[in-house]
Design a protein around this ligand. Structure first.
Ligand code: IMP
Ligand code: MG
Length: 183
């Protein structure tokens, strides 16, 4: 669906489908340059990063491998709990591999800070992070992010994989959720 289907639930549209595609293509070019001649594994964090992974991966003009992890850090609401649990681990042995964790948003940074050190302990050649969005004002843990689509204000956003209670993930654009939806 697109923004017109959920017009009343959004305060505004932050990024359109076209803007997202263009930014992901830029990030793919950057990553291609940085990993030239290197074998690359990108790891998507379920479920939110599905759209980013699908479009980012297809923007590459080179081979790469894809794997997935599922972690839980949130309940069903809009606030991070700080507790991270692995619900689905990698199928790939990452020792000696160049890994990029792909996520759709960094909010408090708790999830990715924990995940980076978890993957870092498995002897990879390198671990970097690529996220479509980041909320600098919400950050509670330092996270070293190499590739960022955009920094955004500290507001709850939905669409393009981002959900509120499992809804809006299939929205093509990214928008700020109207407070009346969750209050
Ligand atoms: P963090 O651990 O606080 O950085 O949270 C990371 C996870 O929380 C993300 O991967 C999302 O699943 C979820 N999240 C954080 N902010 C938002 C938001 O604005 N909308 C939807 N999900 C969010
Ligand atoms: Mg996520």
């Amino acid at each position: 669906m697109d923004s017109s289907h959920v017009e009343n639930d959004l305060v505004n549209v932050l990024f359109t489908e076209e803007q997202i595609q263009a930014r992901l293509a830029e990030l793919a070019r950057e990553i291609e340059r940085d990993y030239d001649g290197k074998d690359l594994l990108i790891v998507g964090i379920l479920r939110g990063a599905v759209m980013v992974m699908a479009d980012l991966a297809r923007s590459f003009g080179r081979h790469l491998e894809m794997d997935w992890m599922a972690v839980s850090s949130y309940g069903s609401g809009t606030k991070s709990s700080g507790v991270v649990r692995i619900l689905k681990d990698l199928d790939t042995d990452i020792s000696g591999r160049h890994v990029i964790i792909v996520d759709e948003i960094i909010d408090t940074g708790l999830t990715l800070s924990w995940l980076t050190s978890n993957l870092g302990s498995r002897s990879p050649a390198s671990v970097e992070i690529c996220t479509l969005l980041r909320k600098p004002e919400a950050l509670q843990m330092p996270v070293d992010v190499k590739y960022v689509g955009w920094d955004i204000p500290n507001e709850f956003v939905v669409g393009y994989g981002l959900d509120y209670r499992e809804r809006y993930r299939n929205l093509r654009d990214i928008g700020t959720l109207a407070p009346h939806v969750y209050s």
